[in-house]
Design a protein around this ligand. Sequence first.
Ligand code: AMP
Ligand code: MG
Length: 330
Amino acid sequence: MQTRILQINEDSLNESRKIIMNGGAVAFPTETVYGLGANAYDNTAVENIFKIKGRPCDNPLIVHVHNEYDILSLVSYVPEYAKLLAKAYLPGPLTMVYKSNGKVSPAVSCGLDTLAIRVPSHKEAQKFLKYIDLPIAAPSANVSKHVSPVTAEHVFSDLDGRIEIILDGGKCEGGIESTVVDCTSDIPLILRSGLITREMIARVVGDCGEYSVKEGEKVRSPGMKYKHYSPLCRTMLFDYNEKKRAEEKYAECILEGVNAYILCDDATAKSIKAEKVLNLGKTETEIASNLYFKLREGENIAELIIAIAPEKQDGVMAGVMNRLTKACKN
Ligand code: AMP
Ligand code: MG
């Protein structure tokens, strides 16, 4: 199969619709990362997404809808706090998990009785979703476990030959996946951190929990248990207060002829003794936006990425740290 990167216009949207109606998958941009979308009602199409990505069958997908879509046609109950969150942050990088009414393919949620729904704010994503006017099940458009794609070229390098069309919307500004919030209990529970932070959620609904997997307990959001977001080269991660050790490791690599790069924020980049640096930028939104871009750049030029965690680790940086830790897991 030949894979084409297409600008988003009437022709490419029309072609995308045909592919999706025939049970195929199309890659499309969102404000977080690129998604690989298929008709959520079509069991074979959804199962095919898992095959294309090599994604484990117990890691459920998020259903994407346009901003006029009636989500009550997909779920059995929406708590009051979820309505407040939707009003404050949708469309945007926030996924909410509801009790499903069982209408979409059971493959979307991997047999769970819940359904994750997201309304992206990206203009072209909205256009695509409106044009198709179906709930679109879409994970990130990368090979499973690899770094999520934030450009059409990233998608191409992972999925060339496996899908027909990549809709090109340029670089995704957000840069990390949506915040996932479980809305099936008395208070919202963050399952995955992202650009809509815990503080932002608590501001709207008063109370908000954060889920962490406990030893021996069944995971609530299966995607959380996997090594993820990983570049193809070797990686190491140092804490902010271990900068000296990272610097020593880098120097050791240079002596031994290992092509190492330091990955860090701008403040660390300015203070560290290293020539080869992948600079994530200054502000927390900049750092999130550049994280996957720089990890992908790094895997193409480095044998080893020596990452140094940012000093601040709450707010948006909680999401960045979650990805960085998983990316550098051995
Ligand atoms: P990705 O599509 O790669 O961004 O991953 C989707 C994320 O949403 C994973 O972490 C999943 O575990 C999570 N997710 C999707 N559906 C559900 C659900 N029904 N319940 C809990 N988590 C979900
Ligand atoms: Mg993913």
